[in-house]
Design a protein around this ligand. Structure first.
Ligand code: FMN
Length: 152
């Protein structure tokens, strides 16, 4: 069976408004509802005023539309977006938008990987192929350990 094209986007943004845990959880609840309808999957990570979000869908247009919506959301300022389209299966098929907390990453010794990925994306310049490879590798590491995260 031919594997369809999966559109994937990852970005880092700087929060403009104040995000405490309640605000983030409200945002994630809404995102999960909307993403479920649109068959978008992925995760959201927040640390120290910065978001890292990964989204994926077999429908490229819904990813383009969400990226545009996110870029124009006044609550944060998107620094760098990285988009890819490859014939592959979803990485996070059962996460409509999983909010990943730092404590979970620490428990799984994955916080360094996410931090590296955030740092790479926070540099506001063209990402060379070497850098982009590191970013997708960091996403794959999270995907590989996905079963160790509790379903939320
Ligand atoms: C960091 C961040 C992540 C977000 N993630 C999503 C998401 O995964 N899916 C989504 O539909 N909206 C997400 N949003 C909200 C959208 O930017 C936008 O406010 C919302 O989709 C608009 O919904 P409405 O048209 O129903 O008001 C996110 C917003 C922020 C600030």
């Amino acid at each position: 069976m031919k594997i369809p094209k999966l559109k994937q986007a990852i970005y880092v943004s700087k929060a403009i408004t104040i995000f405490d845990r309640t605000r983030i959880e409200e945002l994630v609840a809404l995102a999960q509802k909307k993403n479920k309808d649109l068959k978008i999957t992925g995760y959201l990570y927040y640390e120290n005023g910065y978001f890292l979000q990964y989204i994926e869908s077999y429908n490229g247009k819904v990813i383009d539309d969400l990226v545009n919506t996110l870029i124009s959301d006044y609550r944060h300022s998107v620094i760098n977006t990285f988009i890819n389209e490859t014939n592959r299966a979803r990485r996070f098929s059962d996460w409509s938008m999983r909010y990943i907390q730092k404590s979970e990453l620490i428990d799984l010794s994955l916080e360094g990987k996410i931090m590296d990925c955030m740092k790479l994306l926070a540099i506001k310049e063209q990402l060379g192929s070497h850098r982009s490879l590191e970013i997708w590798n960091a996403i794959d590491v999270i995907a590989k350990h996905k079963s160790l995260f509790q379903l939320k």
